[in-house]
Design a protein around this ligand. Structure first.
Ligand code: FDA
Length: 314
């Protein structure tokens, strides 16, 4: 119930206006967001990379409704990639992976525009990918709600013709995802597996947490048995243990863990120090509202933290 209410609020512009104008303690946003501009997020990345982690950076903003807005997002990613390159942070780790990469929401680069949205999003994603390649970085296409899954996977297929290292994201809460994992578990295919962050109908998604977790484990098995490069995005300690165990049993070392900036940082560090590749997803930019609300929906403890900060003066 609470999760559904918070996720509905995440898409409500009136609530957004109230919350973003409220005297929110800077610490709330700072805890989950790497900064408001590219300079700050490059510094945050330098710090994380200095501690043995890798990063994927997300320019916050989604549901672009105008062509010009989509162009602004593309420019922001190009500026960010140049800044990462200038800071010497785009070192390649292997043919498929780089120390720093970017995560792109297709809705932010035009996917939902009424005319030619998919084509505009593909062209814009291509432009970001070309720039990423020039500096040595890679691109992951974030996955949004289930109405966009087919379109996003279609754009991924087109992009991979020229940029085979483009990563997909699959959401274990969708009933279709085990099949999508099988389709994408081929050599050279980078796949991020997450539980899924949107409010989905039970016709397409598992609604019990236990069923989502079981689906996640089935997908882990498919991805580890396949020939691709799995990227397991979860903070769930039980799942992290299961992934480690299954990877050991399968003899797979070529995979990574991914976690969000500000969530279980000690665990991120512990895994990296144990020799695992850990990528931290660092969002940045002024449009933090939708992102922050989804993080709050995931964990009531974060809601209490947010509510305390809303009434604090700092
Ligand atoms: P869940 O939220 O069920 O939490 C499981 C357990 O993790 C908790 O019980 C607790 O033990 C621990 N935990 C969680 N939060 C914690 C906290 N704040 N402090 C301490 N412990 C905590 N979604 C999507 O739909 N599309 C996408 O493209 C992406 N991309 C993405 C990238 C990366 C790198 C990550 C980590 C996640 C995403 N997500 C996403 C979000 C994802 O779908 C999911 O909503 C969140 O990761 C939360 O799910 P968990 O797997 O962490 O489990």
């Amino acid at each position: 119930m609470l999760r559904t209410a918070i996720l509905a609020a995440a898409r409500n512009q009136t609530i957004e206006r109230v919350v973003t104008k409220a005297p929110v303690s800077r610490s709330v946003v700072r805890r989950f967001v790497g900064g408001s501009g590219h300079e700050a997020v490059v510094e945050a990345s330098r710090d994380l990379i200095g501690r043995g982690l890798t990063v994927t950076l997300d320019h916050l903003g989604e549901d672009t409704t105008e062509r010009a807005q989509a162009d602004t997002v593309v420019t922001a990613y190009r500026t960010l990639l140049d800044a990462l390159n200038d800071a010497g942070l785009t070192e390649r780790l292997g043919p498929l992976t780089a120390r720093a990469e970017v995560s792109v929401k297709l809705s932010a680069v035009g996917q939902a525009l009424p005319q030619d949205g998919e084509k505009i999003a593909l062209d814009n994603a291509r432009s970001i990918s070309e720039h990423a390649r020039r500096v040595g970085a890679t691109v992951t296409l974030d996955m949004e709600d289930h109405t966009t899954t087919d379109s996003t996977l279609g754009i991924l297929r087109d992009l991979r013709l020229d940029f085979p290292d483009t990563a997909a994201v699959l959401q274990a809460y969708l009933k279709r995802t085990e099949g999508d994992c099988r389709d994408l578990a081929y050599a050279g295919s980078r796949v991020r597996l997450c539980k899924g962050a949107y409010d989905e109908p039970s016709t397409v998604a598992f609604d019990k947490r236990i069923d989502v977790d079981r689906s996640y484990v089935r997908c882990v098995n498919v991805l580890l048995a396949g020939d691709g490069y799995p990227m397991f995005a979860t903070h769930d300690p039980r799942l992290v243990d299961i992934i480690a165990d299954r990877a050991r049993t399968e003899g797979v070392t070529d995979f990574e863990y991914q976690m969000l900036y500000g969530i279980r940082p000690d665990e991120q560090q512990r895994l990296a120090e144990a020799g695992d590749t850990v990528r931290v997803y660092v969002p940045y930019g002024a449009q933090w509202y939708g992102y922050l609300m989804r993080r709050l929906a995931e964990r009531p403890a974060n809601m209490a933290f947010f509510a305390r900060a809303l009434v604090s003066k700092s």
